[in-house]
Design a protein around this ligand. Sequence first.
Ligand SMILES: Cc1cc2nc3c(=O)[nH]c(=O)nc-3n(C[C@H](O)[C@H](O)[C@H](O)COP(=O)(O)OP(=O)(O)OC[C@H]3O[C@@H](n4cnc5c(N)ncnc54)[C@H](O)[C@@H]3O)c2cc1C
Length: 416
Amino acid sequence: MRYSGLRVLAEGLRGNRGWRPAWVRPEPREAYDIIIIGGGGHGLSTAYHLAKEHGLRNIAVLEKGYLGSGNIGRNTTIVRANYMLPGNSEFYSFSLRLWESLESTLNYNVMHSQRGLINLFHSDGQRDAFVRRGNAMINQGDDAILLDPEGVRRHLPYLDFENIRFPIYGGLLHPRGGTARHDAVAWGYARAASRLGVHILENCEVTGIDIEGGRVTGVQTSRGPIRAQKVAMVVAGRSSQVAAMAGLKLPIESHVLQAFVTEGLKPCIDHVVSFGMGHFYISQSDKGGLVFGGDIDFHASYAARGSLPAAEHVMEAAMTLMPMIGRARVLRSWGGIMDMSPDGSPIIDRTPVDGLYVNCGWNYGGFKAVPASGWCLAHLMAREEPHEVAARFRLDRFLTGHLLDEEGTGSQHNLH
Ligand SMILES: Cc1cc2nc3c(=O)[nH]c(=O)nc-3n(C[C@H](O)[C@H](O)[C@H](O)COP(=O)(O)OP(=O)(O)OC[C@H]3O[C@@H](n4cnc5c(N)ncnc54)[C@H](O)[C@@H]3O)c2cc1C
């Protein structure tokens, strides 16, 4: 069933009795050609692209909880392509282009809103860094506009421009940056993959990975053993645990990142605003809540909830940048488990076990990567060669020293 305005009208007239579940819930088969472990954004996107781009159909996505229970349903929804290093910038640029056609590709409203992202700077040195980043973005074919303090004031009049510690020197505007509705992205990919015959198995936890003679042969799950010729681990914050089932040790640490939302307010924040120096970023949801976050909790943890000191730090940064936020009441906060890589860049690669693949290391920036990550992992699994925009996301770069150390994306200072 295609979704359309006409369909909504017709169903409204018929008492909405014709809608069917967005994806089917089949019983597991004994064997699949391909198993994707993890029904988050990246796992679903991979399954969809394997079916759509490569014509493969005998695929299952195994999710231990319900769809959207992981980071795909917990993030602050920022989508952008303002990376700088070769290796990252072409990948995120490709991803943003896929975002721009995602709704028509999936026939699903993911509420992608290109409202513009402004990265603020507060010193001469930071301005130089952003000028350089803006030039790299333009060279990549993306958009970037340098704003002076007056330019920032025109867009964001509610900021504290005279703050003694963080006077605003200007900002880098990325007009095509913005947000999207996070769980709609999971639901949209799940529906589109299911329509192509992919089995989405919820409440199906992988508890073991079967390997014979150095080759993967299947997985053990809470719903019984399932055989497969190829298996991909796409489990974000749980990557180290699942890889350990195959005897692998990944260069990944798991940390909690928190987010916060206020009560619904009338529209007041039109852009995504990022305050890298104070470690804070904010946008307003279509429901009116101010959605914001900051840095990770620094201790490694698998608890999907954060600690009070990190929450306090985020509130302090918010008050420093926009004192008017002190009048809003925080309604909810939550945490997600981030797969932090040492250089802040992701991994999409084969593993030393034949037929076993890994997709992880998204740090706190993997939501924007969902379309391209699925595209590139599907390419690698179907063709046995890396996609050109993801060729540097190698697992062995920590051995060989070919790091992709992009300050501003990962382990040191995020901009989200
Ligand atoms: C608070 C917060 C804010 C963020 N903000 C942004 C942002 O603004 N912009 C941005 O680009 N990124 C952001 N991120 C990062 C982004 O959400 C993640 O990088 C991305 O969602 C991770 O990929 P995923 O969607 O596949 O992960 P997940 O949704 O976590 O998917 C992994 C899935 O694997 C499942 N799983 C784990 N173990 C097993 C097992 N043994 N068997 C079966 N299934 C298993 C989990 O249940 C989970 O559903 C944020 C993250 C958080 C937590």
